[in-house]
Design a protein. Structure first.
Length: 484
């Protein structure tokens, strides 16, 4: 049995070097994603942090990696094929998501028809629908779960060595007409032992969000897992594993000094879960004298004034708060523990400290009506928010919301879609009789009411720091106004 100990994971090397080509495919707007098309088209361009972790893990185990971000560089399939022919990879690694599976597979089918190299896929999706996904013969191997242990063990094997694969944890693979799944991969408990994302493989100047202010920009992860139980999120109730402040600052230093990155967006489900950890991270950032700026995601019930003061001192510029609804009953259904007054106080406190605020809202939750949508829109306009995002509720697989959908509609929409990917139809929402067209119209109305207020426009103009930022804002506003 292949054995990799957690304490020496970061120094593992293989005696059989492989060439791995990692491809991040293009993505566009589709029917069942939460965001409106005009918002998605203008939200920004982000690197795939998960694939960069895969690249870092492969490099850390001694392998050669080619990383092609098709989404950011807009290179053609012909150019991708030329790169593959030049690099001659042993494997093509690819990411797939449930709601973009058709588009992902279309790319794979075309690539593999011209360059018949074994294809390995991973992502959250594979942990939900491994067997259904492996029905698609263009996929040869799938990773289930975190890859910290399984990827080095897999690459230690000879190429497509089925006998050796049987000893690798956390994979599913096809041998002739059958698929075989190995034992579960261990969970990495000390996440300081994980390799850093291989940001040196990409052009970090290509990335930004519609509200970034500094170049270069990158997403960042300081922890894994989330102990909360929001019914719309598949990450809930997973053991929280936070990285140490020393480990975090080490990665920040490398990103700044070697890739010239000045702005970081922490993608943790809730960065502020542990107060002492957050303050320690802030102190280490301050001590490092790094001229960086960063933002985080949080819950209003995981914030206090002392923490905010330290975050401000360490150049935290923005907090994204999950507010979701302006109706107390819907918040209870969503298993959000904070009340409306607590939301208001936390946002006011954040602004008082000098940190920008961003509110996430959803339309189409269980129990949603025209009246509750109006409550949410009105509530959003009373909060001291610099930005707001209004999304359509979408029952995604492996969430409590999707379990409610299965119970109400007796149809496993996503499982059937994974088996036979095709053009999607709008998925119904449990406990909500509003049609998709109406929900979409309300999301657009919410954007227009929030962003087109005279007092909001005045404040927004005062905080604009560059002509490029102003241009982005005006462009999105005009497109939103004219979007159908």
């Amino acid at each position: 049995m292949i054995n990799i100990k957690e304490e020496n994971l970061s120094s593992f090397r293989t005696s059989s070097k492989k060439k791995v080509a990692i491809i991040y495919p293009p993505y566009g707007s589709i029917d069942n994603e939460p965001g409106l098309k005009v918002v998605k088209d203008n939200y920004g361009v982000f690197p795939s942090l998960s694939l960069l972790y895969v690249a870092g893990c492969a490099q850390g185990a001694g392998h050669d990696v080619l990383f092609l971000d098709v989404n950011a560089t807009h290179i053609s399939k012909d150019d991708v094929l030329e790169e593959l022919k030049r690099f001659q990879p042993d494997y093509i690694f690819y990411t797939i998501t449930t709601y973009q599976l058709k588009e992902n597979l279309d790319w794979l089918i075309e690539l593999k028809s011209v360059y018949p190299c074994p294809v390995v896929v991973g992502g959250v999706h594979m942990g939900i629908y491994p067997d259904e996904t492996m029905r698609h013969t263009e996929i040869d191997v799938g990773f289930i779960g975190e890859c910290d242990f399984s990827l080095p063990a897999f690459l230690e094997c000879d190429v497509m060595d089925y006998e050796a694969f049987a000893k690798v944890p956390g994979i599913i693979y096809r041998k002739e007409d059958q698929t075989f799944r190995t034992r579960n991969t261990p969970v990495l408990m000390n996440v300081d032992n994980a390799h850093f994302p291989a940001r040196e493989l990409i052009d970090n100047s290509l990335y930004s969000s519609f509200i970034t202010q500094y170049k270069n920009f990158t997403p960042f992860i300081s922890s894994r897992g989330c102990p909360f139980k929001c019914i719309f999120c598949e990450q809930g109730e997973q053991k929280f594993r936070g990285r140490s402040a020393e480990n975090i600052v080490q990665e920040l230093q490398i990103a700044y000094e070697q890739q010239g990155i000045r702005e970081f967006d922490f993608f943790d489900s809730s960065f502020t879960i542990q107060k002492d950890r957050v303050i320690n991270i802030c102190k280490k950032i301050i001590d490092s004298n790094l001229p960086i700026f960063w933002s985080v995601r949080s819950r209003v019930d995981c914030i206090n004034e002392e923490m905010l003061h330290w975050m401000k001192k360490a150049n935290c510029t923005r907090i994204y708060y999950g507010i979701e609804s302006g109706n107390a009953c819907i918040l209870t259904t969503l298993k959000k523990s904070a009340n409306l007054e607590q939301m208001r106080k936390t946002i006011d406190l954040t602004k008082k400290i000098g940190i920008s605020t961003f509110g996430y809202f959803m339309v189409g939750s269980p129990g949603e009506t025209k009246e509750t949508v109006r409550e949410t829109i009105n509530f959003s306009k009373t909060l001291n928010l610099d930005y707001a995002q209004f999304s359509k509720v979408t029952p995604m697989p492996a969430t409590q919301l999707y379990a409610m959908y299965l119970k109400e509609f007796q149809h496993d929409y996503w499982r059937e879609f994974v088996k036979r990917p095709s053009h999607q139809i709008a998925i119904q929402r449990p406990g909500c009789t509003m049609p998709d067209e109406e929900i979409q119209a309300y999301c657009k109305q919410a954007y227009l009411e929030f962003y087109y207020r005279p007092d909001y426009i005045f404040k927004a103009l005062l905080r604009v720091k560059s002509m490029n930022e102003l241009f982005r804002s005006v462009k999105v506003a005009l497109q939103m106004r004219t979007a159908g």
